[in-house]
Design a protein around this ligand. Sequence first.
Ligand code: HEC
Length: 268
Amino acid sequence: MIRLISILAGLFFTVALGWALILGVVGLAHDGLPTSAEKKFHEHPKELALASDGMFGKFDRQQLQRGFQVYKEVCANCHAIKLVAFRDLKALGYNEDEVKAVAKGYKVPAYNPGMGEMKTHDGTMADHFPPVVYAGQGSPPDLSLITKARHGGAAYVYSLLTGYQNPPADLPKENQPGAGLYYNPYFANLNIAMPKPLTSDGQVSYKDGTKATVDQMAQDVSAFLVWTAEPKLEKRHQTGWAVLGFLLFATILAYMAYRNVWADKKGH
Ligand code: HEC
């Protein structure tokens, strides 16, 4: 009986492993392996330290506001952040009037059920950032969740923005950027359809006096995109600590109860 059970268990694990292998191979065949040149020239994201990192991480609201400014003045020409509502911006430290003013600057599409037609109206607190009409090459993804969707998160976005460079001399011909593509070793296939968006220092003027170098703007907008992807990050950290505290308390209590219950039954 025991024998049969162990054989069955062994069989189960063998089948499970075999199945995982088949899935893996099919997945690879489907996605394709990076070519050897892609592997050689591709670079891993640079280091980026943000205030929101780690278990104690909190957002630097000044930086989020700067990042939003970069998004609004540069990235918003091509990228939407459709999961963000205008009223969410209050969490960055803007007051009601400032947020209303931002919302008003956007035209939001709205379906008019009475007339059966699409119209637009000025954005209000309750609206989300509207879709962006883009006519260039490639398709700019919505950026709301991009720091969650890409390996490396904010560091990847930062590296991508600051990673444009001339193709190296020994880059094989088939990896050279074609028309409308730009060499960027942080992008998976080395050539990206996004023209370098942050091109010169001072491209935006920060209200808080921070120098708007390309590097600074790239860091700030990456920090902002961490917030769009997880606006409740601070809450999550807080809850985590509260739960840990409670567990610790419960453990101590249980230990004390154990000591108490066994106090006169042991030690003789
Ligand atoms: C002129 C239009 C344009 C502007 C401005 C622009 N982008 Fe893009 N972006 C694109 C396009 C097009 C793609 C798709 C590229 C591709 O798939 O090759 C893209 C892709 C991306 C990606 C995804 C890369 C990936 O891994 O798939 C990120 C992140 C990104 N942009 C961030 C930004 C940020 C941040 C800004 C502002 C600082 C910005 N973009 C400004 C056009 C633009």
